[in-house]
Design a protein around this ligand. Structure first.
Ligand SMILES: Cc1cc2nc3c(=O)[nH]c(=O)nc-3n(C[C@H](O)[C@H](O)[C@H](O)COP(=O)(O)OP(=O)(O)OC[C@H]3O[C@@H](n4cnc5c(N)ncnc54)[C@H](O)[C@@H]3O)c2cc1C
Length: 537
């Protein structure tokens, strides 16, 4: 069995783990980040991508509102490549709570969240898709953040400073001696290889899986899971983020993401973070609720639905829901008799940097490292690893540097073979992992209206040409890739997407003997993620 040694082991490569790897690297602390699947496999790859101004929380959680405002400002300044500084609107329509509308500017002022009242004509000029039933509008400083670029850029800088990362390595058990974790036993889930990791300190950044990881060392974290579903529209519906001006509820945010908009979300208590998928019922409910502020959503083509799971941490006695936090939780497991174990979970993408800072501060205090946090002041360099997740970058690069034989492999998002080649070169050795999946995560491949229907086959063909896959391996990767895209397709099958699905079915079921199953809400294999309750807003 291989044994690896490091000063700090970080478990979980979402935005928080990626931010931690970078934070520690900038302080000169050697660290290894392990991830059971690939970067952003958890909530960091299944969220709305809203850079919160804080306005959403001014009534319910003033601390969260202030944290979001501050962190949003820092990210806009230090990581501009990951942010689309769109601005945002909060809008109320006829029938919404007038008291909430009247209180909103005062609540924003109390949290120092900038907010400007707009007359209705101006708001409609700014966003023509808004409802004719509009009764109030305020401008705020919301934005959109690219979570994949954010994590990849954090990891890239950390790697350049000497820290390291292993993908597909899952922590499976921990050995504890004299109140310290002395070994973390991991398995490479693609090769089956067992790996032993010895570290001075273990940082658990496993998001919704944090309680499970803590339990490997015998520590307990009370955790509940809230699944949220989101829909992606084929076109960009609005220039800015549009929020419904009411207490946070279902389907009250539309976030622009490059060429598309993302609509959501819901909040359903589930029993486990594993295997969560959106259902047809949820997709219907999101559109039903959101059309009041944006009637155009009734006539919009949706290209995909997806879901993520929010961990809600209870730091009170077991079962005490009043102690459930929607902010982030930093847990020093010294209280459980484990001196070198820390958990950081909950929170928001917008506050990932602050979460990493607080966890790294505690880790450094335990390790006797005096170096201060630099991520609050140092710009996050743009990396070559993260650049191709940006919509529009692929087409620009193709037009700028087109050579006669640089074919476009993904027509919806105009991703060329040259771009695919540079991703293959950057992604490093696959060691049995799916290169097609890694390309999809690091680029726009599979994200356009065809949802992988055409580009999946072309990219796989190119992988065969380059000798990256052989025999049945490429077809097996394509089959898995297509099935995963299908999961996002199946809850929104009406109108044009239904025709696209028919085409896809003909292509794939004919050529690969694939069976596309019934929509998820009618399947019985989702037990792990069965809703247990509707979450309070
Ligand atoms: C539906 C939804 C919408 C959201 N929208 C927004 C938004 O618009 N704006 C915003 O600011 N925030 C939003 N959030 C919150 C935000 O997505 C999360 O706070 C953030 O992504 C959490 O990042 P994380 O790194 O802590 O956890 P995660 O991203 O979940 O990362 C945890 C990682 O740990 C890995 N892992 C687990 N167990 C192991 C193990 N045993 N070994 C190795 N690795 C392991 C997982 O595979 C995963 O990749 C949203 C969340 C949801 C669910």
């Amino acid at each position: 069995m291989t044994t690896l040694h490091t000063r700090v082991l970080i478990i979980g490569a979402g935005a928080t783990g990626a931010g931690l790897l970078r934070d520690l690297a900038l302080r000169g602390v050697p660290a290894l980040l392990i991830e059971q699947r690939d970067v952003n496999s958890g909530a960091s790859g299944g969220n709305h991508g809203l850079l919160h101004s804080g306005a959403r929380y001014v009534a319910s959680d003033r601390e969260a509102a202030e944290e979001c405002r501050e962190e949003g400002d820092i990210l806009r300044r230090l990581a501009p490549q990951c942010i689309e500084d769109t601005g945002g609107l909060f809008v109320a329509v006829r029938g919404d709570d007038e008291r909430y509308v009247a209180d909103f500017p005062g609540l924003c002022a109390a949290s120092s969240v900038p907010c400007r009242g707009l007359d209705l004509g101006t708001a409609r000029v700014m966003e023509p898709a808004l409802s004719p039933d509009l009764v109030a509008a305020f401008a705020v400083q919301d934005g959109a953040v690219d979570p994949f670029m954010l994590s990849l850029d954090n990891i890239a800088q950390a790697l350049s400073l000497g820290n390291s990362m292993r993908r597909n390595l899952a922590a499976r058990s921990m050995e504890v001696e004299n109140g310290r974790i002395v070994r973390v036993l991991c398995r490479d889930i693609t090769t089956g290889e067992d790996v032993r990791i010895e570290a001075d300190l273990v940082l658990n950044a496993a998001g919704a899986w944090a309680a499970r990881v803590a339990s490997l060392a015998g520590a307990r974290i009370g955790m509940l899971f809230s699944m949220g579903s989101l829909l992606i529209t084929q076109d960009r519906i609005a220039t800015r983020v549009i929020n419904r001006l009411r207490r946070p509820s279902d389907a009250d945010i539309l976030v622009p993401g490059g060429t598309v908009s993302i609509l959501g979300t819901t909040s359903i208590r589930v029993a486990s973070p594993d295997g969560c998928r959106p259902s047809v019922t949820e997709a219907d409910r999101i559109i039903d609720d959101a059309r009041a502020m944006l009637p155009i959503l009734d006539r919009t083509r949706y290209i995909r639905a997806y879901a993520g799971v929010r961990p809600l941490v209870s730091l009170g006695p077991a079962g005490d829901d009043r102690a459930v936090s929607r902010g982030f939780a930093l847990v020093d497991h010294a209280a459980d008799g484990l001196e070198n174990f820390i958990t950081i979970t909950g929170g928001k993408l917008t506050t990932y940097r602050l979460m990493a800072e607080k966890a790294a501060d505690l880790a450094c205090a335990k390790l006797g490292v005096a170096a201060p946090c630099l991520t609050r002041t140092e710009p996050l360099p743009a990396s070559t690893l993260g650049q191709w997740t940006e919509p529009g970058k692929g087409p620009r690069a193709w037009v700028d540097s087109r050579t006669e034989d640089d074919l476009v492999l993904c027509e919806c998002e105009m991703v060329s073979r040259g771009v695919i080649d540079s991703i293959i070169d950057e992604a490093g050795a696959m060691r049995g992992r799916s290169m097609l999946k890694a390309i999809g995560m690091r680029s726009r491949v599979g994200k356009g209206p065809c949802q992988g229907g055409f580009c999946g086959q072309r990219v796989t063909g190119h992988l065969y040409d380059r000798g990256m896959v052989a025999g049945m391996q490429g077809l097996a990767e394509l089959k898995t890739f297509t099935e995963r895209r299908w999961r996002g397709f199946s809850p929104i099958l009406w109108g044009v997407p239904l025709m696209q699905a028919d085409l896809q079915e003909a292509l794939y079921c004919g050529s690969m003997d694939l069976e596309f199953g019934p929509p998820p809400s009618t399947r019985d294999d989702d037990g792990a993620c069965a809703p247990v309750a509707k979450e309070p807003a």
